[in-house]
Ligand binder design. Structure first.
Ligand code: UT7
Length: 325
């Protein structure tokens, strides 16, 4: 069975508070706190891009696993904000880490559910005999979405998380995962420009589409609560475990109200749900692996604990994974 051998996480140093945003946009600490539960988030430094954040988290995960880059056999990287449109950021990670010529691929565009999808795919690769796979979730969202649009800008931050997956026994076995997609809801969360339908050009620049994140907040909210609660229960059923055995649920951190609603729907107390959205905002596909790394480091989970990860994102995608520490 696939197991997590090491955990890593990284956020850039620069902190942007709600008050900082209020000096720039027509918003307030009160609105952002009430509606989203976010107090501050991190912004990548000007000389940092996606690769830099991915490398920081990856090096920590490798060190935690007691492995060298040469021990890796495959890299999968989930992101919606790659270093370049092509090639994949994972190839750049491979070279920068000094790995062998191992295969790499990005799992792009799955929004905040990307890491769980990547973990699910990587676990199946381990089952086919691949020894060590680096699985990364990373975003520099603040560089690719409009910082002028208050309805989306204040919600996001930058960061990275990574795990090394291999054959158990490791730190945590991946008992199983579930994923789902409803492509009919693709329009509720999407970037207005950048692909072949509406490429970046003078027109998209002129009409404000260039870096506009289209988001139907209320629909995303409702879908997120429903899909994360259902996926959590489905993965437990799949691996033959019950909610009462779960030490900690680590949900995607987009909005404190979404997290609370999932806890309410699952019927579990606050202390069994991990929350760091107040500190980092929504860091896309980095959210779950970063929170996992933080929770392990803080001693919130350890040997013997059953943990459920769950996320949702543009697609509309969702997923959950069950980990036995
Ligand atoms: O990883 C996936 C990423 N996305 C999500 O997870 C989004 C899920 N949805 C949400 O988190 C919430 O829907 C939001 C936080 C985005 C919005 O909360 P809401 O309670 O649904 O507010 P709303 O969209 O109904 O907006 C209420 C008002 C509007 O003004 P009017 O039309 O009532 O006059 C907005 O223009 O709040 C206004 N508003 C703001 N005001 C101050 C929107 N953004 C801001 C802002 N500051 N930053």
């Amino acid at each position: 069975m696939a197991a997590i051998l090491g955990f890593g996480g990284y956020v850039p140093e620069r902190i942007v508070t709600n008050d900082d945003w209020a000096t720039r946009l027509d918003t307030s600490d009160e609105w952002i706190t009430q509606r989203a539960g976010i107090k501050r988030r991190r912004f990548a430094a000007e000389d940092q891009a996606t690769l830099d954040l991915a490398l920081e988290a990856s090096r920590k995960a490798l060190a935690d696993a007691g492995l060298e880059p040469a021990d890796l056999d495959e890299i999968v990287l989930a992101t919606d904000t790659p270093e370049y449109l092509t090639p994949d950021t994972a190839a750049l990670v491979q070279h920068s880490l000094g790995c062998r010529n191992i295969p790499t691929y990005d799992l792009g565009g799955s929004g905040c559910a990307g890491f769980i999808q990547a973990l699910d795919v990587a676990a199946s690769r381990v089952a086919t005999g691949v020894r060590h796979i680096l699985v990364i979730g990373v975003e520099v969202i603040t560089r690719l979405i409009s910082l002028e649009d208050r309805t989306t800008a204040v919600l996001f931050g930058d960061g990275a998380g990574a795990v090394v997956l291999g054959h158990g026994p490791g730190r945590a076995e991946v008992l199983g995962a579930v994923s789902g997609t409803d492509g009919s809801a693709a329009g509720i969360l999407t970037l207005a420009a950048g692909g072949t339908r509406n490429p970046f050009n003078e027109r998209t620049l002129a009409n404000g589409d260039f870096n506009r994140l289209v988001m139907d907040g209320k629909k995303v909210f409702t879908e997120a609560v429903k899909r994360m609660s259902e996926a959590s229960m489905q993965v437990l059923e799949k691996v033959g475990r019950s909610l009462s055995e779960v030490k900690l649920v680590i949900p995607h951190q987009a909005n404190r109200r979404i997290i609370d609603a999932v806890a309410h729907r699952l019927g579990i107390a606050e202390d069994r749900v991990y929350v760091n959205v107040h500190e980092y905002g929504n860091i896309g596909s980095a959210t779950v692996p970063f929170a996992l790394w933080e929770a392990v480091g803080a001693g919130r989970v350890g040997a013997g604990d059953l943990v459920v990860l769950t996320a949702f994102g543009a697609g509309f995608h969702w997923g959950a994974a069950a980990l036995q520490f």
